[in-house]
Design a protein around this ligand. Structure first.
Ligand code: C2E
Ligand code: CA
Ligand code: CA
Length: 401
């Protein structure tokens, strides 16, 4: 029998079976238990969504979160409790600090509509957008073949200026078009490619492809748009990187100011002593630098000032919780203010709803990117997408607390 992809633990059996019924109506497989031991036994790589009650007599939810963290659980988690809001918020922060992915909080008693909303989003992000997970590790030979046979392709996600409503850039996101395993997403191969020390080869493939494809998009917007490229901090160890990339830009007639290198906050902080010279040289040549996943790497203000970045990219985890979590909303608001004070533009990623976009507009965030506008698209589909005007929700009159 195949394993359920949704797992629920709640000491109130009624509440668990209510969620199972709701999942079944939505065409999803779910299984509920009241016992922690059974919950942990049933949890497999295929479990994509967990519902976790925080208050249970046997093992409480906080203890279970610690075990999930130790197991490096990759499932999306919904925290449930009848306790006051602050308690669930604190539990969520604890879960995030363990590297877990909390997607929603449910206050008991909840309604069918609350569950439907969660399941709908889960379907959109897992089955439609990421049809498969690929736990197998690629061999060196396989990665080398992929490089040789040109199996890496780029999808592009538009970035929209919130003041002008124009598409001002695209982020290139790599995928592996595997001959037998289908389309593989970067979370399933980037760290392996880094481990095999082949990440420089991949970075160059992405840069070359991106530069080749961007003129197609520019010709449809009628305006120049920027190209954002994710670079592993390891690729910035090479002192020749700035010169090599500058030469490529010149060959393609692409101004350096319209190329943004995104480096994750944690990568930057860990590798700062090895990469600061390369980062500075890139800035001197006019390239833009973006601190990706901002807010997750615990960077200190002092370090932030040392990095010659031009852009702060707020991690999607904060964007997705800022409407329901007060501390995340403060974090997003302060990040925007600090970014502006340091003369950086601020971009929010993972924007999925009109409400999130509305709040970001009120907070004076510069740019937004996320499924609200479009998922990352293959080049032909992006060209198609660029033909229609960008729609933003009308700015609400409510004010930020
Ligand atoms: P990232 O740079 O933080 O990229 C954003 C990720 O969020 C992408 O996942 C994108 O598909 C996803 N996303 C975009 N909008 C939304 C939204 O509204 N909601 C949600 N839930 N997700 C959204 P993807 O493409 O699977 O990429 C995962 C990560 O892989 C990237 O995270 C980046 O760190 C890395 N990556 C991607 N391309 C490259 C590359 O060429 N080189 C390197 N070194 N890393 C790459
Ligand atoms: Ca990125
Ligand atoms: Ca990011």
């Amino acid at each position: 029998m195949s394993q359920p992809s949704i797992l629920i633990i709640d000491d109130e059996a009624d509440s668990g079976s209510f969620i199972v019924d709701a999942a079944t109506i939505m065409g999803m497989r779910a299984c509920a238990t009241t016992r922690a031991s059974e919950f942990l036994e049933k949890l497999t790589e295929d479990t994509s969504l967990l519902f976790l009650d925080l208050v249970m007599p046997e093992v409480d939810g906080i203890e279970l979160l610690r075990i999930l963290g130790e197991r490096q659980c990759r499932a999306d988690i919904v925290l449930m409790s009848g306790l006051e809001k602050r308690v669930i918020e604190t539990a969520e922060q604890w879960a995030m600090s363990l590297g877990l992915h909390v997607v929603a909080r449910l206050h008991k008693p909840f309604r069918l509509a609350d569950l439907e909303h969660i399941f709908y989003r889960q379907k959109a992000t897992t089955s439609a957008i990421r049809p498969q997970r690929t736990p197998q590790l690629a061999s060196e030979e396989e990665v080398c073949r992929a490089i040789r046979e040109d199996e890496f392709v780029l999808h592009y996600q538009p970035q929209v200026d919130l003041a002008t409503r124009e598409v001002v850039g695209v982020e290139a996101l790599v995928r592996w078009q595997h001959p037998t395993r289908g389309l593989i997403f970067p979370d399933d191969f980037i760290s392996r490619v880094e481990e095999l020390k082949l990440i420089d080869d991949l970075s160059w493939i992405v840069i070359r492809k991106g530069l080749r494809e961007i003129p197609r998009f520019t010709s449809h917007t009628g305006r120049p748009i920027a190209l954002s490229i994710n670079i592993s901090a390891y690729s910035l160890h090479d002192l020749r990187f700035p010169d090599t990339v500058l030469k490529l830009m010149r060959d393609q007639n692409m101004p350096t100011a319209r190329t943004i290198f995104e480096i994750t906050e944690s990568g930057l902080i860990q590798e700062l002593t090895h990469t600061l010279d390369v980062l500075t040289r890139l800035r001197m040549k006019g390239f833009q630098l973006s601190i990706d996943d901002f807010g997750t790497g615990y960077s200190m203000m002092q370090q932030l000032r040392r990095i010659p970045a031009t852009e702060l990219k707020i991690d999607r985890g904060f964007v997705q919780t800022m409407l329901s979590n007060d501390s995340d909303r403060v974090m997003v608001h302060k990040t925007i203010e600090i970014g502006h004070e340091l003369n950086m533009r601020v971009i929010a990623e993972g924007v999925e709803t009109a409400e999130q976009l509305d709040l970001l507009q009120q907070m004076k965030c510069d740019i937004a990117q996320g499924y609200y506008f479009s998922k990352p698209l293959p080049p032909d589909d992006l060209v198609q997408w660029l033909q229609s005007p960008v729609r933003l929700p009308d700015l609400s009159s409510s004010s930020i607390q």
